[in-house]
Design a binder for this molecule. Structure first.
Ligand code: NOJ
Length: 504
């Protein structure tokens, strides 16, 4: 099957109807299903109980006339965490991926001042999950840097490595006993690209080069991994990884330039983080190093804008993950850039344009279309280049408008999980899957206009009432059966807590 799928037949299957092979494939026992969220996007309580400000609070409150920020209350999970856990029980999941808000536990950024009510909130959430046998998966950093640290340059400051390590230690000391799955950083590639900063997705690189941030984040991740490995792992038996955004990219046509563009795109967008951790040689990809060095020279810089990693750095970073957290949403088709970009910039270094196919279903977010075969191809790419790493799909999801009848999300989940089953059959070591997202939340600059939830949140109600969408029932059914029944739709939208997790 591997050979057949890896060649033309796969493309044919995909081009015609996605994965339309009907033989029964199942997720093995031990494969973990779950749902995901992140602190700023769901918690609210932005200035309660001693919480400090994050860069997102600061951004949305910078204009006094702007009124309340979307994250001030968000889905109000700070007060609704018991209901959140009830929803997870309704779905019948094994794991809940959520993030900890750095300024909620360390309001001044540094570990000298700890905020006990903030720490207690996460204790309560973790205990509630464990009470129902749902494993917590904690993301240590999901975009919400304490604003005080941003004033010191944020991730561009080499000392950010230590700030992060100190913060992580506070979390390990408090929760490592109870939390078995850790993720250091969510999507370093989103945090570090100045283009994203200009779109306000990741403000922490303001005024500095993307590459300084990339290097510091990698070092922060690796030092934290080594600390966990040395001091906590044996004692508590947990595992720790990093989540990287790996949307598939392939050439729009098979011309040499387009094929080259795909490689450049992949190496800059995720090879930058994958290569140092998972390749045999470690370090940034050669293609990236050469390209940035060449451009930097042409631009009159005395040295490459991509700072090199020392031998010790390379050693420290290589192998610093127990699993690869894969955030995958969509696929892009590449060609060399036609327009111009600011010089210097990450966009100019990459100089690749991306497009999509008209026939791919469009979500409620401009950037997100459904192309499930891309997940299959991304997994095979990782297997080939990084020697079959253990992969946890930490994000995969779909946006809609308001409304409970979200058949496009149901279809997306079914098709992407089917693609994952094919990837597993072809050698991918997939440990689990946490769907993005458990509930509607603040989609960063898009506010609450793009709904990613299996549960709808009524942002007009003070209680932020949550209601299961059709897709919640579809996902629940997949978890129960451990397989994808493509045309299955629920008869009604009633959902309740399953007493037995696997009623086959
Ligand atoms: C990835 C990010 O981690 C998450 O915060 C965001 O909401 C989703 N993508 C959807 O855009």
């Amino acid at each position: 099957m591997r050979i057949i799928l890896s060649t033309g037949i796969l493309s044919l299957l995909v081009a015609v109807s996605g994965f339309s092979d009907n033989s029964v494939r199942r997720f093995k026992d031990g494969f973990l299903f779950g749902a995901a969220s992140a602190a700023y996007q769901v918690e609210g309580a932005w200035n309660e109980d001693g919480k400090g400000r994050s860069i997102w609070d600061d951004h949305f409150h910078s204009d006094p006339d702007q009124g309340p920020a979307p994250g001030d209350v968000a889905s109000d999970s700070y007060h609704n965490y018991k209901r959140d856990v009830e929803m997870l029980r309704e779905l019948g999941v094994d794991v809940y991926r959520f993030s900890i808000s750095w300024p909620r536990v360390l309001p001044r950024g540094f570990s000298n001042v700890k905020n006990e009510p903030g720490l207690k909130y996460y204790d309560n959430l973790i205990d509630e999950l464990l009470k129902y046998n749902i494993q917590p998966m904690v993301t240590i950093y999901h975009f919400d840097l304490p604003v005080v640290l941003q004033h010191l340059g944020g991730w561009a400051n080499p000392y950010s490595v230590e700030w992060f390590e100190d913060y992580a230690r506070v979390l390990f000391d408090r929760y490592a006993r109870k939390v078995k799955y850790w993720i250091t950083v969510n999507q370093p590639n989103s945090v570090c690209e100045v283009e994203n900063y200009e779109n306000h997705l990741a403000r922490s690189t303001k005024g500095v080069m993307d590459y300084m941030c990339a290097k510091n984040l990698l070092l922060a991740h690796a030092r934290t991994y080594r600390m966990y490995e040395k001091e906590y792992k044996k004692k508590y038996g947990g595992s720790i990884g990093i989540s990287i955004s790996v949307n598939w990219a392939e050439p729009v046509t098979n011309s040499t330039e387009n094929v080259e563009a795909a490689e450049i795109y992949r190496e800059f967008k995720y090879g930058m983080y994958l290569n140092p951790i998972w390749s045999k040689s470690g370090d940034f990809p050669k293609l990236v190093k050469d390209r940035v060095a060449k451009k930097s020279k042409e631009q009159g810089f005395a040295r490459s804008r991509l700072q090199s990693l020392s031998k010790d750095d390379i050693k420290l970073i290589k192998g610093s993950a127990d699993f690869l957290g894969l955030n995958h949403y969509t696929t892009f088709l590449t060609s060399p850039s036609k327009g111009s970009h600011p010089v210097p910039s990450f966009a100019d270094d990459v100089s690749v344009d991306v497009t999509t196919k008209d026939e791919w279903t469009q979500s409620h977010s401009a950037w997100l279309k459904s192309a499930p075969y891309g997940l299959y191809k991304a997994c095979l790419h990782l297997n080939k280049h990084y020697d079959y790493p253990a992969i946890f799909i930490t994000e995969n999801g779909w946006s809609t408008d308001k409304g409970l009848k979200d058949s496009s999300r149901s279809e997306y989940i079914q098709q992407y999980l089917k693609a994952l089953l094919f990837a597993i059959e072809d050698g991918t070591q997939a440990l689990g899957y946490t769907h993005w997202s458990l509930m509607d939340n603040v989609e960063w600059m898009a506010g609450t206009s793009e709904r990613f939830g299996l549960y709808e949140v009524d942002f007009d109600s003070p209680e932020r009432t949550r209601t299961a969408r059709q897709s919640a029932l579809v996902y629940k059914r997949i978890i129960q059966k451990r397989m994808v029944e493509e045309r299955w739709t629920p008869k009604n939208l009633k959902i309740s807590v399953s007493e037995v997790k696997t009623e086959l």
